[in-house]
Design a protein around this ligand. Structure first.
Ligand code: ADP
Ligand code: MG
Length: 253
């Protein structure tokens, strides 16, 4: 998609769990090349929103569109095939496999739901092509020198970036990142932010759920703040940061 064109649109997306409204008619849009943050206190509904977009949970009502197509009735694997890539809150690399093998599985994640399933379905004839693509993506994110290291031997920050490379190997249009900066050291966060900025400059759209406010404030173009399932505020990070409702949700409780 062309830079600035509409990639993702939530229109009154809603999720109820029994009597609890976890996501209360949330609407927002994300444009090509944009880095958008979804923030809010614990229990605000961020992860649930993420799960609605990736199809892990069905919506109760409302619509979610991606490149003009409805996503909200599709299965996770079909959503992935359309070009929605994601990483998980906890690192999901196979630690004894090499970095390049871990990333090569990414292209298969478009066809198979889990990493283990992808590993089982890896066919010899595809292997050279997949490894070539994996090396390309690892070079793209600055990890070209670690191709043949065991993934489990690298620092957590590098493992997070490997997971992003794995998502990239499936050629996504939109990346969903679940707390990518969690547990990282300052330097690692800076390195991660640099990678995400580069991807955004290349036209990638990125939506991240993140607790680390400094990380979010420095990186994102656009923020949506949730509290108790509803959208509390939206806008540029510096505007949102000054919003009294946001300050109250974070500090006043
Ligand atoms: P956040 O990610 O912002 O911390 P969540 O989206 O995980 O918030 O949760 C929003 C609300 O929905 C919370 O009250 C949580 O307890 C509830 N919730 C989340 N997932 C489920 C579930 N599978 N079943 C019932 N309630 C859930
Ligand atoms: Mg959560």
């Amino acid at each position: 998609p062309e830079k600035g064109s509409l990639v993702l649109e939530l229109d009154a997306a809603r999720k109820e769990f029994g009597g609890l409204v976890a996501v209360n008619d949330i609407s927002f849009t994300l444009r090509a090349g944009e880095i958008m943050g979804l923030i809010g206190p614990n229990g605000a509904g961020k992860s649930t929103t993420f799960n609605l977009i990736s199809g892990v949970l069905p919506t109760t009502s409302g619509t979610i569109s991606f490149l003009g197509k409805r996503l909200d009735k599709l299965l996770p694997r079909d959503i992935a095939k359309l070009g929605v890539g994601r990483t998980f809150q906890h690192v999901q690399l196979l630690p004894t496999m090499t970095v390049i093998e871990n990333v090569a599985l990414g292209a298969h994640l478009r066809r198979h739901v889990g990493v283990a399933a992808a590993a089982l379905h890896l066919e010899r004839k595809d292997e050279a092509e997949l490894l070539h693509e994996a090396a390309k993506q690892l070079q793209r994110v600055g990890l070209g020198e670690y191709l043949y290291e065991q993934a489990g031997n690298l620092a957590l920050g590098q493992q997070r970036i490997i997971e992003i490379a794995r998502a990239l190997a499936a050629d996504p249009v939109l990346l969903l990142l679940d707390e990518p900066a969690a547990g990282l050291r300052y330097k690692e966060k800076q390195q991660l932010a640099q990678v995400l900025r580069q991807l955004s400059d290349e036209g990638m759209s990125i939506l991240l759920v993140e607790h680390d406010m400094d990380f979010v404030m420095n990186l994102t173009d656009h923020l949506v703040v949730m509290d108790f399932g509803t959208k509390l505020a939206e806008g540029k990070p510096d505007e949102v940061q000054k919003n009294p409702k946001v300050l109250e949700a974070y500090l006043g409780g």
